[in-house]
Design a protein around this ligand. Structure first.
Ligand code: AMP
Length: 397
């Protein structure tokens, strides 16, 4: 069974064709600059040279057409015909309060995606364009929506309500949703499997530390709290996002600098985080290099980042009245042993002990805690595409 996974941004489209018999990637690719001059598709097939197609893609429809052509190409392709594709899984960012579970796309699902354009103005329109392009290009195939907000929808009322007038929740659905849901779902499942934990009771904290970052807490694979909120702005300090902040800061900057609320929100989303504090970069490697060269602001950014992660772990341990496993994932979590170690240095009170030799590893499932650590700490690479493909298979088989 072959599943095509699609992840659309406003001007990009990432895809992977996955063989579900052994969960291997048959081909993956990226369409860039959709709707802009200079559109290009790049396809990678294991063991082969990259296949690059420079051709106009005025919309996602042409992009999907090019993806189909690239997959079917007689020289560079991997399938004879798209008939071989059993179903298509789509990452959809916001399902609002309507969906906690992945679902087969129908008119009602598309309407929910449209209804939530207000909460995910950059992502949901692009996600819908991707779905409609697949419907047009590969009619009759089942499309599955896997929601980035899905995993977080299980959290209880006490965790999702903001302490603002209740009418805003009722009228507009203003609440905590959480994002990176496919990653948290995948990695918390891996933590239970790889860590040999009880699937019904395991208390797991997942730290997804990439350019965007979030922490989730789950019991028995069911999310009980997560750090991103109505939008991905809340929670950890990220590459360019501030994370948690006193809302009054917005008004204060508006008044002092003559900016609009929208201007300040753009600053909080795109110019803050480790970039904002360090002034060096949003890329953790650059900030790490600058800190090592003695740049105080770069070091302050990294220290604040690690401190915030450790605070969330403490908070979620309290929320669950304990923790069995802590898992690190995504770009920083999978590759940066120093960040993992520094976060864990805050967790001595939980009986967390890191094995430095085991922690000296990148990008592969590893238990990095010492055998006598009271909490299992793991590095578990995330795989959102595979999580989407698994959901698609489950719903369409
Ligand atoms: P992601 O969003 O998951 O792709 O993660 C991207 C982030 O991971 C970037 O800020 C990278 O700098 C960071 N990253 C990747 N490799 C390393 C590394 N070896 N050390 C520190 N950060 C890394």
């Amino acid at each position: 069974m072959k599943i095509l996974v699609i992840n659309c941004g406003s001007s990009s489209l990432k895809y992977q064709l996955i063989d579900m018999d052994d969960e291997s990637v048959i081909a993956k690719g990226l369409c860039e600059r959709i709707g802009i001059e200079g559109s290009v598709l790049t396809q990678t097939v294991p063991g082969r040279d990259k296949y690059v197609v420079e051709q106009p893609m005025p919309s996602h429809n042409e992009a999907i057409r090019l993806v189909m052509d690239a997959l079917e190409d007689s020289v560079h392709g991997v399938i004879k015909s798209t008939d071989e594709i059993s179903a298509i899984g789509h990452r959809v960012v916001h399902g609002g309060t309507s969906f906690s579970e992945s679902c087969i796309v129908d008119e009602n699902v598309k309407q929910v995606i449209r209804d939530r354009f207000d909460l995910a103005p950059l992502h949901n329109p692009a996600n819908l364009m991707g779905i409609e392009a697949c419907e047009a290009g590969m009619p009759g195939k089942k499309n599955v929506a896997v929601w980035d907000t899905g995993f977080g929808m299980a959290i209880p009322e006490k965790a999702y309500l903001y302490a603002i007038p209740y009418e805003y929740y009722e009228k507009y659905g203003i609440r905590r949703y959480g994002f990176h849901g496919t990653s948290h779902m995948f990695v918390s499942g891996e933590a239970i499997r790889f860590g040999g934990l009880d699937p019904k009771t395991a208390k797991v904290i997942v730290c997804h530390l990439g350019n965007g970052g979030s922490v989730s807490a789950s019991i028995g694979g069911k999310c009980v709290d997560t750090s991103m909120g109505l939008t991905p702005l809340e929670g950890l300090i990220m590459g360019t996002r501030s994370g948690d902040i006193d809302a009054s800061v917005v008004q204060f900057i508006c008044n002092k600098e003559g900016k609009s609320v929208d201007d300040v929100l753009t600053i909080l989303n795109k110019k803050s985080g480790v970039l904002g504090i360090s002034g060096v970069s949003s890329d953790f490697r650059d900030v790490g290099t600058a800190a090592a060269e003695g740049n105080h602001r770069a070091q302050a950014a990294l220290d604040a980042f690690v401190y915030r992660v450790a605070k969330y772990i403490g908070a979620y341990t309290a929320a669950m009245n304990g923790v069995d496993a802590i898992a690190f994932t995504a770009g920083v979590g999978e590759n940066d042993k120093d960040t993992r170690k520094k976060v864990c240095e805050y967790l001595g009170y939980l009986g967390v002990k890191i094995d430095d030799a085991a922690n000296d590893v990148r990008g592969k499932n590893t238990i990095i805690s010492a055998p006598d650590s009271k909490v299992k700490v793991m590095l578990l690479p995330t795989n959102e595409e595979l999580a989407i493909a698994r959901e698609t298979k489950r719903l369409t088989e």
